[in-house]
Design a protein around this ligand. Structure first.
Ligand code: SF4
Ligand code: SF4
Length: 323
């Protein structure tokens, strides 16, 4: 990706005037894959990692984003007329709108409000805990009856710790099961106060080698593995996701090392093998960024099954699903 701003900016998100609202890029009702039962999934914006295979590239920056979907554009040129900083890009003949210049764009939203074709979208909105409670309360009966609840995902939800803590406490007050999906690349002193309000942690192990992890995600895995072992010591239920990326982390030595780690942690309740797919390509295109793995093929069925079998040797509940 060709974005230039900082990937790891917890300080900015902890400024007093940023809280108690949280910057969220999606809320999905009636989700069934991330924590058991029927759930609301809340996707936080901002992530300290920059995984090459990211399926949610719109989640990465710690700020709002803007996207352009060329197929929806009817070339009415109204966005050009309202943009105060000439950030709407056109082709060399200046006839067709082709995108948005992120370096110039000040995210004023004028083009978004003007574009009735829905070709321009602002990604990320600020939610209060009260907003969240109102949303979840509409579906609460389904969640309780199904053994579901709420899952905070991202992006990285622990990157907005004050809002996440307040949201977790509010959901517990409603009697709902709480799950947090985290990459675990977060200072322990920031993570630990949240854990007593979490019924299930979902986390993924991307690579066991620190240098290789750095090359694939932008950060070493040392903090992640330290946090993983700390959580095992506390006995908090964990479900581990394994993104399976052809040629990048699917070698037997890495997968066996991952399985050994899982076997050493008695709090792991299950493993989800997530074969790579190419869904991130079009999202990257809409955001005006490059997708590093455009030429990488999804893993074969045989590779996925062999990986699942390997993890069945260390966990009772192993699933195979989409990323
Ligand atoms: S306002 Fe929307 S539909 Fe019209 S040119 Fe701009 S992006 Fe395209
Ligand atoms: S959000 Fe504002 S500054 Fe950015 S492209 Fe649209 S009109 Fe221009």
């Amino acid at each position: 990706m060709n974005w230039t701003d900082k990937l790891y900016d917890f300080d900015a998100l902890q400024k007093p005037d940023w809280e108690p609202k949280g910057l969220v890029f999606d809320v999905q009702r009636f989700a069934i894959h991330d924590g058991g039962g029927i759930r609301t999934n809340v996707f936080f914006k901002g992530c300290p990692l920059n995984c090459l295979w990211c399926q949610n590239p719109e989640s990465i920056r710690w700020r709002q984003d803007i996207s352009f979907v060329e197929q929806h554009c009817i070339q009415c040129r109204k966005c050009i007329a309202v943009c105060p900083v000439s950030a709407i890009k056109t082709d060399s003949c200046e006839e067709r709108v082709t995108g948005i210049d992120k370096e110039k764009c000040i995210l004023c939203g004028a083009c978004f409000k003007t574009c009735y074709a829905g070709a321009i979208n602002i990604i990320g909105r600020w939610l209060s805990v009260e907003d969240l409670v109102a949303m979840v309360n509409r579906d609460r009966d389904f969640y309780v009856a199904s053994g579901g609840g709420i899952t905070f995902s991202g992006g990285e939800p622990t990157g907005q710790p004050k809002f996440l803590l307040a949201a977790l406490q509010a959901m517990q007050g409603l009697g709902l099961h709480t799950a947090v999906e985290t990459c675990l690349h977060v200072p322990w002193e920031q993570l630990e106060p949240l854990l007593s309000h979490v019924d299930l942690l979902l986390t993924d192990i991307k690579h066991m080698d620190p240098e290789r992890h750095g090359a694939l995600t932008g950060v070493s895995n040392e903090l992640i593995l330290e946090n993983f072992r700390n959580i095992a010591g506390l006995g908090i239920p964990v479900r581990v996701r394994i993104p399976l990326i052809t040629g990048l982390n699917d070698d037997v030595a890495n997968l066996q090392a991952t399985a050994d780690l899982i076997a050493s942690c008695k709090n792991v309740q299950g493993v989800d093998v997530l074969p790579y797919n190419r869904l991130g390509i079009s999202k990257c295109h809409q955001l005006g960024c490059d997708y590093a793995l455009a030429d990488v093929a999804p893993p074969s069925t045989e590779s996925v099954e062999a990986t699942a079998d390997l993890f069945r040797s260390v966990a009772d509940d192993v699933t195979v699903g989409g990323m």
